[in-house]
Unconditional design. Structure first.
Length: 553
């Protein structure tokens, strides 16, 4: 039994959108399209519902993650995507994301009522939701994230620090008051999980983390720190659909080749993050299928605007002209990534209904022109022995891109030193503003359907030395616009602000958008009805409105 290829809708495939087509990038960013190149939609599939539900119910699936979990399973403190993949099966939320990055009510009965010009939000929840321990889900349980992330100074505090007060009106309704209007509130903050407040207080956060109780379709079963987590189907689940799978085991293997070997050998059922270098091998293998989902990830090259030659925008433009971004993405990443022309991935633009002028931004991006790069560097008076340091995460596409840039700079008479380091070292070293540490660095960010997740965290001056190390002062009202855009609740007004911000980014290049990396999975042919979600922390969606994984064995 094999599924047919999925025919995507408007919001599923970047190349199909009315904004920026991937084919249109060739003229500006370099490279040419090949008709036979694989496309994202070639690895998306129709629903594969079983003919016999009773026969499909049961079975144990092993999912091999690409990084070790931090083992934080209390949602108040879950900060890494890999622990979050477990948490999402244990805890259901007020609202949940569809595969098109749209919010739908889940525990909430509807979208909240807005008062006081966006400073007060009134929520109502359904009366049939229950936790794994049999306790009913109440309004107090649905506000734990709004209160405890602040009281316990969680790493997630910045997502909720605009909350001024929470009032529980009755068991099934509550209100949240904000200190000020917050434009991204609906899209970025409302999808909070229900957490049994009283139970968590009784056992304490530490014990709750090691034996979490949620209201999701799976419940906690077994756990060995640093090794594995096992969750099992909760047969009394109040929601729909009921999972087919009986059990899911989470393990991890950071080594790419090891993950590939294990899926090809049939030792595991599903793996994530398929390196482009292994794509063809896995694609040609018997009994294994590849899966892709567009992602709101944003990879970028940031310039040190505080010290060094890259304080000159013409030098930054020269670097951007020195290499072909499209050639790099095609050569190194193939179908697993797409070039970007702004800090906003196309799926974010589409999912949020922003309708940004992507085609205009594409035309404004620096094209591949080594002669122009050399001329700009000469005119800027850059010393002949200029060898800037480029910081990059060790291994993977960003180190490869750093090496590509270094080679291209050498071809125009200069060069660069690539310093590939571990993420912890990179995060610390790329925030100093010291040209002896870096003049460029390559990093990535995963946001969502609201531009604030990218612009505020990566470009606002409040993030200097914390979330960004470019130290870009901006022209005129640059930082004020970023701040104003997050406190406005008028989407049209916010859109115009983000257009102005993006046009300045493209003109002055404090950072150069490079590419978006898609979420990729490989699964045995016996794994049916598997679909990739845009958010890496939501993958795989083993049970949802658009898929319910079962094993055809």
């Amino acid at each position: 039994m094999h599924g047919t290829r999925f025919q995507p809708g408007r919001r599923r495939v970047l190349a199909a959108s009315a904004g920026l087509s991937i084919a249109a990038l060739a003229g500006c960013i370099g490279g040419t399209d090949e008709e036979d190149d694989p496309e994202v939609e070639d690895y998306q599939y129709d629903r594969e519902e079983p003919d016999d539900e009773d026969a499909a119910t049961g079975g144990s699936l092993t999912f091999l993650q690409s990084e070790e979990r931090d083992d934080d399973y209390d949602p108040v403190h879950t900060f890494d995507s890999y622990s979050q993949q477990v948490v999402n099966l244990l805890f259901d939320s007020l609202y949940e994301w569809t595969d098109e990055l749209e919010l739908e009510p889940h525990i909430a009965t509807d979208f909240p009522e807005e008062e006081r010009d966006g400073e007060r939000w009134l929520f109502e929840i359904r009366d049939d939701a229950e936790f794994h321990n049999g306790d009913p889900v109440t309004a107090e349980d649905c506000t734990v994230m709004f209160t405890q992330t602040i009281e316990e100074e969680s790493q997630l505090i910045t997502q909720y620090d605009m909350v001024e007060d929470v009032e529980h009106i009755d068991d099934h309704s509550f209100q949240v008051d904000l200190e000020h209007p917050f434009g991204p509130w609906e899209m970025m903050t409302m999808g909070v999980p229900a957490i049994p407040r009283e139970h968590r207080e009784d056992v304490g956060p530490d014990e709750f983390n090691e034996d979490p109780v949620g209201c999701g379709p799976f419940q906690w079963a077994d756990y060995q720190p640093g090794e594995y987590v096992v969750v099992e189907r909760w047969d009394d689940y109040w929601g729909e659909p009921m999972p087919y799978l009986e059990e899911i085991e989470f393990r991890h293997t950071p080594d790419d080749s090891s993950r590939i070997s294990q899926i090809l050998a049939g030792d595991v059922d599903v793996i994530e993050e398929i390196p482009s270098g292994a794509w063809d091998e896995v694609d040609e293998a018997d009994d294994v299928r590849l899966h892709i989902g567009e992602s709101p990830s944003y990879m970028y090259l940031a310039f040190n605007c505080n010290e060094g030659e890259t304080t000159d925008p013409d030098v930054r433009r020269a670097v951007a002209h020195s290499f072909s971004l499209r050639d790099f993405v095609e050569d190194e990443m193939g179908v697993t990534a797409d070039p970007l022309v702004s800090p906003i991935p196309e799926i974010t633009d589409e999912g949020g209904g922003w309708e940004f002028p992507m085609d205009e931004w594409e035309e404004s991006m620096p094209d591949y022109d080594p002669d122009e790069a050399e001329a700009l560097l000469d005119e800027a008076g850059v010393p002949d022995d200029w060898q800037p340091i480029i910081l990059a995460p060790e291994g993977g596409s960003r180190e490869a891109l750093a090496e590509r840039i270094a080679v291209r700079l050498e071809e125009v008479g200069y060069g660069a030193h690539v310093n590939a380091v571990g993420f912890g070292t990179l995060a610390e070293q790329s925030r100093t503003g010291n040209a002896d540490d870096y003049e460029m660095y390559l990093l990535g960010w995963t946001g969502g359907p609201d531009p604030d997740a990218y612009y505020y965290n990566l470009l606002h001056e409040s993030g200097e030395e914390l979330t960004q190390g470019h130290f870009y002062e901006g022209q005129g009202e640059f930082h004020d616009l970023i701040e104003d855009a997050r406190t406005s609740t008028d989407q049209d007004e916010r859109r115009e602000m983000y257009v102005d911000i993006t046009e300045e980014i493209i003109e002055y290049l404090p950072m150069l958008p490079t590419h978006t990396e898609h979420n990729t999975l490989a699964a045995g042919e016996h794994v049916r009805d598997l679909h990739v979600h845009p958010e890496v922390s939501t993958n795989p969606r083993f049970v949802s409105d658009y898929g319910n994984v079962w094993l055809d064995e």
